[in-house]
Design a protein around this ligand. Structure first.
Ligand code: UDX
Length: 447
């Protein structure tokens, strides 16, 4: 009999995972504790912007015309317990308020709610990013609370999807990492992933701590790579070098690689910043804090980028206070193809300039609603043209395609002063300069 899957938590990770599992042919039941989310998803609608996800849901959510009907959603733990052979836990683990450590309360409460309903053999699979040591502890919670006792096992199976590419990354993972306590658990997890679409992905079997660490160390490496190139950008600026050329040249060395070497205002979002901080906090608890002191530097280089962009803007405006200056900000989300504004470098820069008296107007193709909610006091515009009208300087802070395809000549007619600062090194300097703009980028010579 085919395995039945449940997915607990329907954010970016869970909603995508549930839809992908249905695409792979499984019967899937998704659970969230927020009834509004369940209502939306049950209509095949997505509570966030994620390219391709709504189409995927539409193909499988029960009740939608022409769908496979394999995917349903609920708020009932009892239903989930009765339904599933394999339960994926996909709830989020944000940074604790005012601390580096991650907040495990959603994971803890998911396990506490699920376990009493596990009355028959099941595999619980943790996908959330957690501090190393959590799986061991959570396995004991299952042993203690699950009526089926030993017949319930826990596997840890971290997820590496990127926002904006969630569907692709879930259906075509680079690798599958399985932290498992037994051959039985491994076999069951292999069965889930032994489907045509996941075929060909390396399947790495480990113990719990290694599986948990794979995720946090991968994100730490990515963060380090970005901060490395941003540190080089600082040196390039001091020495009149060009960090874009430098990144290209070092990236041709296959040991280094060209990806994740885009210098700019740095990384943000709901993962990299909080994951490196939680990793440092956990290493401290384990007495291994010295091993990760470099991550403190990675974090501080990253945060410095935002302040540096504010200073570049000040310089472009003549060096004085921002008071009375009109600053147009293109981009609010932490990266393109997402509506996520969590720890967004773009909004942070916009906020700093606003607090210093600048008249800031923000435009973003998808992140406006979330940005307005988070920073209600900033100015917002419904189009690029409206945002830049009368601007003394334009800041390009999230590299949406829409911004790369702008016509710089047409835009020059809208602004007060045609100066653009490229915080993502993503615009073509030649095009902008030829259209009469003063173009400045981070880590590159002024002209
Ligand atoms: C990241 C990891 O990539 C993913 O594997 C993990 O599962 C979750 O965290 P995500 O947060 O979606 O994914 O975004 P990512 O594409 O990694 O970008 C993170 C941040 O780094 C963005 O703010 C992006 O603008 C920035 N970045 C990325 C750079 O500044 N330079 C780069 O070269 C690459």
């Amino acid at each position: 009999m085919a395995l039945k899957i449940t997915v607990i938590g329907t954010g970016y990770l869970g909603a995508t995972h549930a839809a992908a599992m249905a695409e792979l042919g499984f019967e899937v039941l998704g659970l969230d504790v927020v009834p509004e989310k369940i209502e939306l998803l049950s209509q095949g609608r997505v509570p966030m912007y994620e390219p391709g996800l709504e189409e995927l849901l539409g193909r499988h959510v029960a009740g939608i015309e022409g769908s496979s009907g394999r995917l349903r959603f609920t708020t009932s733990w009892e239903e989930v317990g009765a339904f599933g052979d394999v339960h994926f836990v996909c709830v989020n683990t944000p940074q604790k308020h005012g601390e580096y450590a991650c907040d495990m309360s959603y994971v803890d409460s998911a396990f506490a709610s699920l376990a009493p309903h596990l009355t028959r053999p099941a595999l619980v699979v943790g996908k959330s990013t957690v501090p190393v040591g959590s799986a061991d502890r959570l396995a004991s919670v299952l042993t203690e609370l699950a009526p089926a006792g030993d017949a319930v096992e826990l596997a840890w199976n971290p997820e590496f999807l990127r926002e904006g590419f969630a569907v692709h990354d879930t259906l075509h993972p680079d690798r599958i990492v399985a932290g498992v306590p037994s051959e039985r658990a491994e076999k069951l997890l292999r069965e889930v992933y032994a489907t045509p679409l996941a075929e060909g992905s390396p399947f790495v079997v480990t113990d719990y701590p290694t599986a948990e660490l794979v995720k946090t160390s991968a994100n730490s490496f990515l963060a380090t790579k970005i901060s490395f190139i941003n540190a080089m950008a600082e040196v390039c600026e001091a020495a009149d070098g060009d960090v874009v050329k430098l990144a290209e040249a070092i990236g041709y060395d296959e040991r280094i690689g060209r990806k994740f070497l885009r210098a700019g205002i740095g990384f943000g979002g709901g993962c990299l910043p909080k994951d490196i901080r939680a990793f440092m906090a956990r290493a401290g608890e384990l007495g291994a804090d010295q091993a990760l002191t470099f991550l403190r530097e990675v974090d501080s280089i990253n945060m410095r980028r935002r302040g540096h962009m504010v200073e570049l803007a000040r310089e472009a405006l003549g060096g004085g206070p921002f008071l009375g200056k009109r600053v147009a900000v293109l981009g609010a989300t932490f990266k393109p193809d997402s509506d996520d504004v969590r720890d967004s470098p773009a909004l942070n820069v916009a906020g700093q300039i606003h607090l210093q008296g600048g008249q800031v107007t923000v435009y973003d193709p998808k992140g406006m609603d979330n940005a307005r909610r988070l920073f209600p006091t900033l100015g917002y515009a419904d189009s690029v043209a409206e945002a830049v009208r009368g601007a003394d300087v334009v800041l390009h802070l999230t590299e949406w395609r829409e911004f790369r395809e702008l016509d710089p000549a047409a835009l020059a007619a809208e602004v007060s002063v045609p100066t653009i600062l490229d915080g993502r090194n993503a615009l073509d300097p030649v095009r902008w300069r030829e259209a009469g703009w003063t173009y400045r980028a981070m880590g590159r010579p002024a002209a």
